[in-house]
Design a protein around this ligand. Structure first.
Ligand SMILES: *[C@@H]1O[C@H](CO)[C@@H](O)[C@H](O)[C@H]1NC(C)=O
Ligand SMILES: *[C@@H]1O[C@H](CO)[C@@H](O)[C@H](O)[C@H]1NC(C)=O
Ligand SMILES: *[C@@H]1O[C@H](CO)[C@@H](O)[C@H](O)[C@H]1NC(C)=O
Ligand SMILES: *[C@@H]1O[C@H](CO)[C@@H](O)[C@H](O)[C@H]1NC(C)=O
Ligand SMILES: *[C@@H]1O[C@H](CO)[C@@H](O)[C@H](O)[C@H]1NC(C)=O
Length: 308
């Protein structure tokens, strides 16, 4: 008995040593990977100028038929002189920019960002809504709110992996999009073709030096919307987008990530956490904005609330 007890304790001690070693190793690994993560981040930032020379001309980078109609045979041929790109950020709140936005030739919005109740700051017209596969349900659940049925010149572009929104997708999402498109015929619905989706990925790689998949990055709806806006518009005024170096300075006050979710996450907390995230997939909101600030110089883009 006594011997057995000793033996058991010996086993336990051994186990504890093994657990301890695993714990130490894991900690070291996490420390190491977060270190190399930030090095990667800084080296990308530092070599930004390196990618400028390889700029893709977004006015000519692909043909228009890369947006295919979900229903019927319309072609996405929208062209606008002056566009308002209204972000979903709470930085638009209190701007009183609604009238100016509505005065733009085309008004571009994202996902399920509402206008009703926020007209003073974001206006009430929508020419184009760019919608992520993950936001489709929220948009079609309240069509009267997000699809302007009283005009015939509104378009919706859905983006997402071909397995989700492609014509050959077996899932319910594409069928839902099809049903909605057949129901609301005076709104034009388009999806981004699989080949164009790949081009968005390679654009990210060319502009940031990072392979999107290997760097475990998710493109944001903002990325798609900005590129589409550049394709369509001669001039763009962006409302509510902070500059790339904005977060990480001392923040005076919490700013919700979405203007229509006052209790939602803080925008900078969200941006910083995503930018630094290495395990799992993350949005790279800050990296994307570094690219936008370069594009701003080439494509007549200005930023309002905040101005930069
Ligand atoms: C497009 O659709 C309309 C009506 O559905 C039809 O009259 C027209 O012939 C079609 N055009 C082409 C090029 O298929
Ligand atoms: C909303 O639209 C109406 C008419 O379409 C317009 O008269 C009004 O000024 C708009 N409101 C705002 C706050 O822009
Ligand atoms: C629909 O569009 C008109 C004019 O563009 C605008 O006045 C109205 O507020 C819009 N309605 C919705 C629900 O967006
Ligand atoms: C849009 O479609 C609805 C029916 O779905 C119709 O009642 C409405 O008059 C249409 N609007 C225009 C401007 O054609
Ligand atoms: C910038 O805006 C001017 C005036 O609207 C336009 O002529 C020019 O083509 C625009 N440049 C680009 C790159 O879109």
């Amino acid at each position: 008995m006594g011997f057995l007890l000793v033996d058991k304790q010996g086993h336990q001690n051994q186990r504890m040593v093994v657990f301890g070693a695993i714990f130490l190793l894991t900690t070291l690994l996490i420390l190491y990977s977060s270190n190399s993560g930030s090095q990667l981040y800084f080296s990308v930032g530092a070599s930004n100028h390196h990618y400028v020379s390889k700029n893709t001309n977004l006015k000519t980078w692909s043909t228009r038929d890369t947006y295919v109609p979900v229903y019927g045979n319309k072609t996405f041929s929208l062209h606008c002189g002056h566009c308002a790109l209204v972000t979903s950020s709470s930085h638009v709140l209190g701007s009183g920019a609604g009238r100016e936005i509505d005065g733009s030739e085309c008004v571009i919005r994202m996902n399920d960002a509402p206008t009703s109740g926020f007209e003073r700051d974001v206006g009430n017209r929508t020419t184009l809504r760019v919608v992520a596969h993950s936001s489709v349900f929220r948009v079609v659940r309240r069509p009267a709110e997000f699809l302007n049925l009283s005009t015939t010149d509104m378009s919706v572009v859905f983006w997402g992996p071909p397995t989700k929104i492609g014509r050959d997708a077996k899932g319910t999402l594409f069928r839902l999009i099809q049903r909605v498109s057949a129901t609301y015929r005076n709104v034009s619905f388009y999806t981004i073709t699989p080949s164009k989706m790949k081009k968005f990925d390679s654009l990210f790689q060319r502009e940031t030096g990072r392979d999107r998949e290997k760097s475990r990055s998710w493109l944001s709806t903002g990325w798609f919307t900005m590129v589409i806006a550049i394709e369509l518009c001669d001039n763009i005024k962006v409302y509510g987008m902070v500059p790339p170096n904005y977060c990480g300075r001392k923040q005076s006050k919490r700013m919700p990530y979405h203007y229509y979710k006052p209790r939602g996450s803080d925008e900078c907390a969200m941006y910083l956490q995503n930018e630094r995230g290495r395990r799992g997939n993350h949005h790279r909101f800050i990296t994307e904005k570094q690219v936008f600030s370069r594009w701003a110089k080439h494509y007549n883009i200005t930023f309002s609330t905040p101005t930069w």
